[in-house]
Design a protein. Sequence first.
Length: 331
Amino acid sequence: MPHRSGARSAAEIPSRPAGATASAGRWPRRARWSPGSAALVLGIVGSGILAAGGGGTTWFRGVADHLLPSAAAQTPGQEGPASPKSPSRPAPPRQPTGRPSAGPTEAPPGAPDRRSQPLPPAAGLLPQKDQVPLGFRVARLRYGGGGDWYSNPSSLPNLARAVADRTSIPVDTFDEQRVALTDERLFDYPFLYMNGHGTVRFSSDEVGRLRSYLLSGGFLFADDNYGMDKSFRREIARVFPDHRLVEVPFDHPIYHCFYDLPSGPPKVHEHDGLRPQGMGIVHEGRLVVFYTYQSDVGDGIEDAHVHNDPPAIREQAMKMAVNVVVYAMTS
């Protein structure tokens, strides 16, 4: 499988080159989200995703077959094969990402200039009042215990931009969403991120809520900034007393689903001088928790001036973070 090569600054956020592909997968058919939650599956309409309306049970199916189409399989002016699940449904236009347009720079004489207006979605594809907006949103977990759950404020917006520019996953907003485990919006977000330097503590209700979320198809990416390791391991053991947190092998798809990372997580900061590790919890063959230890991916994807890390290190951190999102959205 071809992958991107070469280390670049994550601040450049280059467009996804031809040859970068992802393995096909799908949301588990068994995964359901709790009654009363808003309907959600990344909000990618026209890609074979089924979402029942808010107030009912939502079932996920058929995401990855259309989520990351191979760029190598298409050439300019040539479209890829139509989706076998929705051959007659037009794909919604991609949301603006701030990149310059290849079209004319000025409107014809007498024509209104609509360049500043958002692109309209295809007819019938606007989210309803009680539905989640179209596109991927990265959510930061707000937890108790005293730890700085809000650390690395520029990392998640940078990750969202990288996902939008490097992959074909639609991104609804570059702003991070903040959610607690007891929030009714929890099940609106299939991807949760948490990090920090201090103590993590879940209440009994939060333990049960997080377990339900993860067993229903959700994904948790936890990143130790340096200081939350002991408390995180304790709390995640309460969530999964029947599953051990184990090191994820280097041949796991999370290291190869988009970028090829044969050595696992990068070593961004020294911490205790130990080797970086990717730890995880697997439930019925699916990695539901991915925990980076002695790596500090969150620092690596912050704005360049924050930690002044070398561009090559920052690019490796961004590649790891993008892989985690791609895996979570297609496993």
